[in-house]
Design a protein around this ligand. Structure first.
Ligand code: EPS
Length: 390
C-alpha cells in the first residue's frame, strides 16, 4: 500500500491516491473527516484553520462503502484557494501586480528550495513545503487506520511538552498505553492532564503575545499489534527505520525516539532490556516495555511507543534577519499569517504516518488481496506463535 499527494497550500484542492488497498475494507468518509478535524484543532493554530473545514471526498476505488482493491483517490478542497486564484493560477501569465516572495524565512524551505529549483519567488517553494499538505496525508492514512482498526490495532497520540511546559510522567513507557482517549481528545493541546494542559495553553498565549512560535514533544502509541511485523533481514525492512523515515518526513519534526530512546544510552543493559516471560493465555510476554514495542527491527507485540520532537514554526511575527534575494541586502524575513503552535496537529499527522507504515507491514506479512484472506492468515499466525508450533 502506498500513497502520493498533490496540491499547493493555496491551490484549489489537495489530492491523494492510495494504491494497494485490499478489497473488502469498509471505509467511511465520516471517520476520515474526524481525523481531518483533529488535525485542524489545537490551541495556538492560526487564521487558516478558521477558513478551512477539511472534508474528504472519495472519488474512486470504492463501491457501496467497501474497497474494490483498486486505487482510492481522495480530495480535500482548499476553501482559501478561492482567495488565491490569481496568485496560484495553474495556467496563463503571471498577473501584472504579482508580488514575489524574496525574503526567505530562516527555518523554512524557502531559501534552499529557491536555490535548488532555480526560482526567484519563494512562493514556488513554500506553497508545497507548507504543512497544509499534511491534511492529504491524514486523509490517505485514514484508509490505513480503518484497516488497522478492523484488525484490532489502535493508534493514538498525546502531547508531553510545549516549549518549557512538560507533562510529569512517572514511568511513561508503562503509562502511555493507558491514557484515556477522552482526556486527550478533550484537551485543546492533546495533553491527558488538565493542569498541564492549562499551563501549556498559557505558554502558547505568552508566545503569541511576544510574536513567537513554540515547538514541543509528543508520543504516538499503537496498541493491539502482533509480534513480528517488519524484519531484521534487510536494512530497509527494519520497522524502526521505516517508522523513523515516515515520522521524519513530517515538516518540523527534528527528533524521534523509540521506547526509552536516548535514555537507554545512559543505563546498564540489565536496566534497559525487557525480560521475557510466558503466560498460558497470551504466550510470550515482556516484563516492561523500555523497547517501545520494537526489537530487532520488528514489533514485539507490546505497545509501540514513539516520542517525537517538533521545532517551533519558522514564520515569526517579529522576524529574524534574512537576505533579500533581489537586492542581496539584509532585511527582515517575510511574515505571514501562521500558527503560534501546531504541536497537537503534528501529533495527529504523526499518528497517520505510523498507521500507514504499520498497515504496510501487516499487508506484507499477511497478504494483500482481500480482508477475508488477511484475517484468516492472522488467525493462523496468532495460533502458531502462541503455541510455538512449527
Ligand atoms: C497549515 C496551513 C497553513 C499554515 C500552516 C499549516 O496555512 P496558511 O499558510 O494559509 O496560513 O497555517 O503552515 C505552516 C505552519 C508552514 O510552516 O507552512 C495547515 O493546514 O496545517
Amino acid at each position: 500500500m502506498h500513497y502520493i499527494t498533490a496540491g499547493e497550500s493555496h491551490g484549489p484542492v489537495l489530492t491523494t491516491i492510495v494504491s494497494g488497498v485490499p478489497a473488502g475494507l469498509k471505509v467511511s468518509e465520516a471517520q476520515i473527516n474526524t481525523d481531518l478535524e483533529r488535525r485542524q484543532c489545537g490551541y495556538g493554530r492560526g487564521g487558516r484553520q478558521a477558513i478551512e473545514a477539511d472534508k474528504v471526498k472519495i472519488l474512486s476505488g470504492m463501491r457501496f462503502g467497501k474497497s474494490l482493491g483498486s486505487p482510492i483517490a481522495l480530495q480535500i478542497t482548499n476553501k482559501d484557494g478561492e482567495n488565491w486564484c490569481h496568485v496560484m493560477a495553474a495556467m496563463g501569465a503571471p498577473p501584472a501586480d504579482l508580488v514575489r516572495e524574496v525574503t526567505p524565512r530562516p527555518g523554512h524551505a524557502d531559501l534552499v528550495g529557491a536555490l535548488k529549483y532555480g526560482t526567484d519567488d519563494c512562493r514556488n517553494v513554500l506553497e508545497r513545503a507548507s504543512a497544509r499538505e499534511t491534511a492529504a496525508r491524514v486523509a490517505a492514512a485514514g484508509i490505513a487506520r480503518e484497516f488497522l482498526a478492523d484488525l484490532g490495532v489502535e493508534v493514538f497520540s498525546y502531547v508531553v511538552r510545549i516549549g518549557e511546559v512538560e507533562l510529569v510522567e512517572d514511568q511513561p513507557m508503562l503509562a502511555a498505553p493507558d491514557y484515556k482517549p477522552l482526556d486527550i481528545e478533550t484537551s485543546e493541546v492533546r495533553c491527558p492532564d488538565s493542569g498541564t494542559s492549562e499551563a501549556m495553553k498559557a505558554a502558547i498565549d505568552e508566545a503569541h503575545e511576544a510574536g513567537e512560535s513554540l515547538g514541543g514533544v509528543f508520543r504516538v502509541v499503537a496498541t493491539g499489534l502482533l509480534p513480528g511485523l517488519g524484519s531484521y533481514a534487510a536494512p530497509a525492512e527494519r520497522l524502526n527505520a521505516r517508522l523513523g523515515g515516515a515520522l521524519f518526513s513530517i515538516p518540523a519534526v527534528k527528533g524521534v525516539e523509540f521506547g526509552i530512546g536516548f535514555d537507554a544510552a545512559m543505563r546498564a543493559g540489565s536496566d534497559v532490556h525487557d525480560p521475557i516471560a510466558i503466560n498460558k493465555k497470551a504466550g510470550f510476554v515482556r516484563i516492561g516495555n523500555n523497547a517501545g514495542g520494537l526489537e530487532g527491527g520488528m514489533t514485539t507485540g507490546m505497545p509501540l511507543i514513539a516520542t517525537v520532537a517538533m521545532k517551533p514554526i519558522p514564520t515569526l511575527a517579529h522576524p529574524l534577519p534574512t537576505v533579500n534575494m533581489d537586492t542581496l541586502e539584509t532585511e527582515e524575513a517575510s511574515t505571514e499569517r501562521s500558527d503560534t503552535c501546531a504541536v497537537p496537529a503534528c501529533a495527529v499527522v504523526a499518528e497517520s504516518e505510523v498507521a500507514f507504515v504499520l498497515a504496510q507491514a501487516y499487508l506484507e506479512k499477511f497478504g494483500r488481496d482481500t480482508m477475508v484472506d488477511i484475517k484468516a492468515a492472522i488467525r493462523a499466525y496468532k495460533q502458531r506463535v502462541r503455541t510455538m508450533s512449527r
